[in-house]
Design a protein around this ligand. Structure first.
Ligand code: C5P
Length: 222
């Protein structure tokens, strides 16, 4: 069977990683969460008390930062310079600062080099903001997942609740909208639907429905 590259893009909290993981698992493909890479450098910068306003300094930090996305049995782990930061990169501070770091040209260029290397072999599901439009423009399948801000905030709200922390729905809505705005309006490879991507509005769909829908699209290609 032919192995392909699958790009899944879309705004924050649209369900990209959940769906991408399932597809990768079922096809026995590699899953690459590119958002985790931007989160990782943001986390390292905050930890080492670097100014997030200094692009060159952040770039130098990134060059010295090894980011490994390891495919474990219990999901993907994010290992930075040997340290497991899988949980840390999801914290509030990282979530609310990452779009600032991800807007820098030097940071993006270096990340894209690494991402293309990771995607070098086919049999990959990669999720992010610019995968279909920029990182792997020749991906055989390109999906653009969207959902209303309200729906995405609610999903995040219940996800947080399950994990044991409470954040107000209104606050989540505000943060998601803010991140979308920064990601869509930046000059360097902004969040955009590739011309040949298939847009899927998941607002009133279950995870199973979304996954099945994407499988049908993939099956036409392999
Ligand atoms: O996917 P996730 O929400 O974890 O991504 C975190 C942030 O990383 C995004 O809000 C965006 O600023 C940045 N990002 C990006 N390009 C990607 C993936 C993520 O700019 N391909």
């Amino acid at each position: 069977e032919r192995k392909i590259a699958i790009a899944i893009d879309g705004p924050a909290a649209a369900g990209k990683s959940t769906v991408a993981k399932r597809i990768a698992q079922k096809l026995n493909y590699i899953y690459i969460d590119t958002g985790a890479m931007y989160r990782a450098i943001t986390y390292v910068a905050i930890e080492s008390q670097q100014s997030l306003a200094d692009e060159l300094q952040l770039y130098q930090l990134l060059l010295n930062t090894d980011i490994e996305l390891s495919q474990g049995g219990s999901g993907q782990k994010v290992i930075v310079n040997g340290k497991d930061i899988t949980e840390d990169i999801r914290n509030q501070q990282v979530t609310n600062s990452v779009s600032k770091v991800a807007a820098y040209r030097l940071i993006r260029e270096e990340m894209v080099i690494r991402q293309r290397e990771l995607a070098g072999k086919k049999g990959v599901v990669m999720d992010g903001r610019d995968i279909g439009s920029h990182v792997i423009p020749d991906a055989e399948v390109k999906i653009f997942l969207i959902a209303s801000v309200r729906e995405r905030a609610e999903r995040r709200y219940y996800e947080n609740k399950r994990k044991g922390f409470e954040a107000s729905l209104a606050q989540l809505e505000k943060e998601i909208a803010e991140r979308d705005k920064l990601d869509s309006e930046r000059t360097v490879s902004p969040l955009i639907k590739a011309e040949d991507a298939i847009e899927l509005d998941t607002t009133s769909l279950t995870i199973d429905q979304v996954t099945n829908c994407i499988f049908n699209i993939i099956n036409e290609k392999v």
